[in-house]
Write a protein that binds this ligand. Structure first.
Ligand SMILES: C[S@@+](CC[C@H](N)C(=O)[O-])C[C@H]1O[C@@H](n2cnc3c(N)ncnc32)[C@H](O)[C@@H]1O
Length: 345
């Protein structure tokens, strides 16, 4: 019998046969110890594998990889493309899925030939991402958007440095000069659940870790479809979100954070295809590395923005456990990147 089953049996016995609160207390202590063990393993694994990340041969020029819609994997994080984009963003590579989201977006843009001067890009739910600064440094014109501060109050995004209340939140002095940034980047409040009608003149649009916060599964999927209306024909939308990869049916369907299932992405692919759009891929494999089997548990470190480790803060590396897969309200989740090509006519 597994330890968890034994604990559950003890709890049910305690509740039915002999309602002695001490039994429950002992069982709960065991759960606490298991929790601690998981955290210890996460830190240990990340430290053990750190050298592997440092040793990746980082190409001097970006390469073509033709990524499709996919989940975060250890293999990706040990790839030359991941190392390349971390270096470009001046972020030290660590096994953290947030960095995968950044690198995935940049690699997709490069694959699609959209990381270049004159490209017009619109971001949704941008928070304090470095993306707009990086795009501007390539001569791209960028519209950074986020939810109005009145609507965002109480949701925790502003408190955890994850809300773009002004254009300043998008400025990264180490990536772009102030002059270029001011010339290339604009800011607007946009509700992802009510994208205003505006000219469809963007070559690409993106969101990172935002469409799972729109209220329910259907609102998230509708957002992906609606985001296409800001694009020119043939434009590309790239959105990363939560993927509950161990379940077929049971998930968080509504609330502050929802978790998408494979069937939701498959349904989205069909809806998009019915309107002449294309979801590239999707590839649902979640990897075969040891970190692909490791599910991190709370508390997580990124609330303090600590995953943005740079040359000045190398000591922070050891403060983060492996964090590719994690428990969100008891469901195993990882990131999934969606790449959609709008129909050409
Ligand atoms: C987890 S944060 C991610 C921030 C940023 N994209 C990043 O990766 O660091 C979620 C973001 O979604 C935004 N958001 C939540 N609901 C939104 C809505 N209805 N419309 C626009 N943005 C929304 C929040 O304000 C916040 O910026």
């Amino acid at each position: 019998m597994t330890t968890l089953k034994r604990i559950l049996k003890e709890i049910s016995l305690a509740l039915r046969g002999k309602p002695d609160p001490r039994d429950l207390y002992v069982a709960a202590r065991d759960l606490g110890v298991m929790h601690l063990n998981i955290k210890h393993f996460g830190y240990h694994l990340a430290r053990q594998l750190e050298g592997k990340l440092q040793g990746v041969d980082c190409a001097s020029e970006p390469q073509q990889h033709n990524l499709v819609s996919k989940a975060t994997t250890q293999d990706d994080m040990e790839s030359a493309w991941f190392a390349y984009w971390c270096k470009q963003l001046k972020i030290a590579p660590i096994y953290h899925r947030k960095l995968w989201e950044y690198a995935f977006l940049l690699q997709c843009l490069h694959d699609q030939g959209l990381l270049r001067e004159g490209v017009k890009a619109m971001g949704f739910g941008c928070g304090e991402e470095p993306m707009a600064s990086y795009f501007a440094s390539h001569g791209m014109d960028v519209l950074v958007t986020d939810l109005d501060p009145v609507q965002v109050a109480g949701k925790g995004w502003a408190e955890t440095q994850q809300h773009a209340k002004s254009i300043e939140m998008a400025f990264r002095a180490d990536l772009v000069s102030r002059e270029v940034f001011d010339a290339k980047v604009k800011h607007q409040f946009v509700d992802m659940n009510a994208i205003p009608n505006q000219p469809s003149n963007f070559d690409m649009c993106w969101s990172i870790c935002a469409m799972e916060h729109l209220g329910n599964i259907e609102l998230g999927l509708s957002f992906v479809e609606n985001s296409l209306k800001v694009l020119k024909p043939g434009g590309i939308a790239i959105h990363t979100t939560e993927f509950n990869y161990l379940s077929d049916n049971d998930t968080r369907e509504s609330g502050e954070t929802v978790l998408f299932l494979r069937k939701h992405f498959e349904a989205l692919a069909q809806r998009l295809a019915a309107s002449g759009h294309e979801l590239l891929g999707p590839d649902f494999s979640t990897g075969t590395g040891v970190l692909d089997d490791f599910i991190d548990v709370p508390p997580y470190g990124y609330e303090t923005k600590g995953w943005l480790i740079n040359d000045q803060t190398p000591h922070m590396r050891s403060k983060f456990p492996a964090h590719l897969k994690l428990s969100v309200a008891g469901y195993a989740s990882t990131c999934f990147g969606l790449i959609v090509r709008k129909r050409k006519t």
